[in-house]
Design a binder for this molecule. Structure first.
Ligand code: ADP
Length: 388
């Protein structure tokens, strides 16, 4: 702890004017960013977007080219030495990096280095190995473990340190799906229980949906959006974010009319109705974002037409692809491409097949309009309306 500056416990991690140059390129440019105490913040973004660089900068393992990082209001290096920070933080990398010794010793070693007493070390190792289901393997050589077991040990090792902040870089990749799922569930329950401030990097949006209090979207070294998973996945701030989170249809359209809040847009010659409180001029180009889950599919019949949804285009099934769980993504050609995610059971019950014409249906209030930056829209770029 710095003698000069008392820590401000109401603050977590803060970065200001952060920039990192690597190999002559600017890989990170973040004017300001914070991680609140006790929250789980998940950084998502495509490969090469700078996620690891940001994580390492926050964990004090990489010195930014310019800018300041602070923990509890105290700047790194000036106020807090690398050693002081290392004692408060724990980092879990994609590779478990286990030492060639027993599982028990792998978890105990960090505690011994921190001069934690023998009794407490034993208690903590026992507790965390058990918490991650590794107690029966305590005497095993770490290098004989499966990939999933090794990751469990590396998580136990991190939690045993009782860090103030936990950093994780893609901790669940390279695992088969059931192993990964079980581990994420255990990890999630530990996070809720310990309430440790957590920063995690992943390119898997599902992990962010399950674990995050807030999601930060990083693209090309810039922070594109920070918000609750709900906000980011249902109301992505821009087209690139929308296409990365891949949770919905992205349709390009031109505003045809606006009557109070009911907006009509023309997409590829077809009309779509949306609800928007924005003042949109006729002719404005927008992106309409529509969750796959908000599109329903039924057999074309007069009954389907009586649904209250304002949008009921017909379309031919042009593609199907499996989705996690027992769901299937069905892509229709309605004059514009439109995809829905339905259960395999519905697919079977409706007797659907490729090439068939079906009735799609979605509410005007499910259509989220995103202005195209640089196009006249009456909006500032990146500002998006709340879903109605
Ligand atoms: P992510 O974690 O999102 O995949 P990284 O933070 O690992 O992204 O990398 C961001 C960018 O920085 C990438 O374009 C990567 O190629 C580049 N980069 C990373 N490390 C180095 C390095 N040591 N030298 C030069 N460029 C690097």
């Amino acid at each position: 702890m710095s003698g000069a500056m008392p820590p401000d416990m109401a603050k977590g991690l803060e970065a200001t004017k952060l920039s990192v140059m690597l190999g002559g390129h600017q890989v990170l440019d973040i004017p300001s960013f914070d991680v609140r105490p006790g929250e789980v913040l998940v950084i998502i973004g495509p490969n090469g977007s700078g996620k690891t660089t940001l994580l390492l900068s926050l964990a004090s393992l990489l010195k930014p080219t310019t800018g300041t990082v602070l923990y509890q209001g105290i700047p790194y290096r000036e106020g807090l030495s690398a050693l002081q920070l290392r004692r408060k933080f724990a980092v879990v990398f994609q590779e478990p990096l286990l030492l060639n010794t027993t599982v028990w010793d792998n978890v105990a070693l960090g505690l011994r280095l921190r001069r934690i007493g023998h009794h407490e070390t034993n208690e903590r190792v026992k507790k965390w190995l058990a918490r991650f289901g590794m107690a029966p393997l305590a005497r095993r050589q770490a290098r004989s473990l499966s990939g999933g077991e090794a990751k469990r040990v590396s998580l136990a090792r991190a939690f045993a340190l009782q860090p103030e902040v936990l950093f994780l870089d893609e901790p669940f990749t390279a695992l088969d799906s059931p192993t990964r799922q079980a581990l994420i569930e255990d990890f999630e329950s530990v996070l809720r229980e310990t309430k440790v401030t957590t920063v995690m990097v992943t390119h898997e949006r599902n992990e962010a949906l399950v674990l995050a209090d807030r999601v930060a979207v990083l693209m090309n070294g810039r922070m594109r959006q920070i918000g609750t998973p709900e906000e980011v996945f249902s109301r992505p701030a821009d087209e690139e974010t929308a296409s990365f989170v891949e949770a919905g249809n992205i349709l390009h359209g031109v505003i045809g009319s606006q009557n109070n809040e009911l907006v009509t847009l023309d997409t590829n010659g077809q009309e779509i109705q949306a609800i928007s409180a924005l003042d949109l001029t006729v002719g404005t180009e927008v992106i309409a974002y529509l969750h796959y889950e908000d599109v329903t599919i039924s057999l074309p019949s007069p009954q389907a037409m009586s649904s209250s949804a304002r949008n009921q285009p017909r379309g031919r099934i042009v593609k199907t692809s499996p989705v996690a769980g027992s769901q299937v993504k069905v892509t229709l050609d309605c004059g514009f491409p439109l995809a829905a995610v339905i259960t395999k059971r519905s697919w079977q019950e409706l007797g659907l097949e490729l090439g068939q014409v079906v009735a799609a249906s979605f509410k005007a209030s499910s259509v989220h309009l995103i202005p195209i930056p640089g196009k006249p829209s009456g909006l500032s770029p990146g500002v998006s309306e709340p879903a109605s």
